[in-house]
Design a protein around this ligand. Structure first.
Ligand SMILES: Cc1cc2nc3c(=O)[nH]c(=O)nc-3n(C[C@H](O)[C@H](O)[C@H](O)COP(=O)(O)O)c2cc1C
Length: 193
């Protein structure tokens, strides 16, 4: 966490983003209040699969949403520091595997930094793009990258959906709010807006 005075930290944040003189309205809140506020947004929990040739990986993600009907587009926010990122960019493809309520352990497993092989011991297969599809997930989507956009400490990837299927519809989707602080995000929010 930065030790710079709040006013300087706020100015640095504003310098990085376009703003139209609204800074006078900024109200300081403790980081925990901002984290709690953002936890009111609803998200599912997914495992995003990537492959570059024979090299495969996957990571847990919550920031996934449908972005268009025609063409069918999914938006994903990915941290470029994830080791999956260069694989996704190189291949131009990824899968979104929807986790169900009994898959908290899988969410925690794929949230680990890349180790020897996170997919070892997991039942998975490859479809058209080679990106991993998890056999036990609720549903999957297979996407090719349509466009990319910088988004602060993440990057928004728009994926055109090539294919997808329901695999285990009986169990409701896992919700991000049920994962608590599994992603450690309570320490990542800024101290002010
Ligand atoms: C519930 C949860 C949601 C997450 N959502 C995202 C996300 O939307 N985007 C992202 O880049 N990382 C997200 N993460 C963090 C990644 O899963 C984590 O950084 C992972 O170690 C990256 O794996 P990799 O380095 O093998 O690619 C999330 C983690 C958890 C536990």
């Amino acid at each position: 966490m930065s030790t710079a005075p709040v006013a300087i930290r706020r100015r640095n944040l504003l310098d990085r983003l376009p703003h139209q003189g609204y800074d006078q309205a900024y109200v300081e809140k403790p980081m925990s209040a901002i984290a709690h506020l953002f936890r009111q947004l609803t998200h599912g929990v997914y495992v995003v699969g990537v492959a570059r040739g024979s090299e495969c990986n996957a990571f847990t993600a919550a920031w996934v949403m449908q972005a268009s009907f025609d063409p069918l587009l999914l938006a994903l926010a990915i941290n470029p520091r994830n080791s999956s990122y260069p694989l996704l960019i190189a291949s131009g493809a990824f899968t979104v595997n929807v986790l169900h309520q009994d898959q908290m352990t899988l969410a925690a497993h794929f949230a680990q930094p890349r180790c020897e092989n996170k997919l070892a011991g997991i039942d998975w297969s490859q479809k058209r793009t080679g990106a991993p599809v998890l056999a036990e997930c609720l549903a999957y989507f297979e996407c090719v990258v349509a466009s990319r956009c910088a988004a602060g400490d993440h990057e928004i990837i728009l994926g055109r959906v090539l294919d997808g299927s329901l695999l285990n519809e009986a169990i409701p989707p896992l919700e991000y709010r049920d994962t608590g602080d599994l992603d450690g995000s309570s320490r990542l929010f800024p101290e002010t807006f």
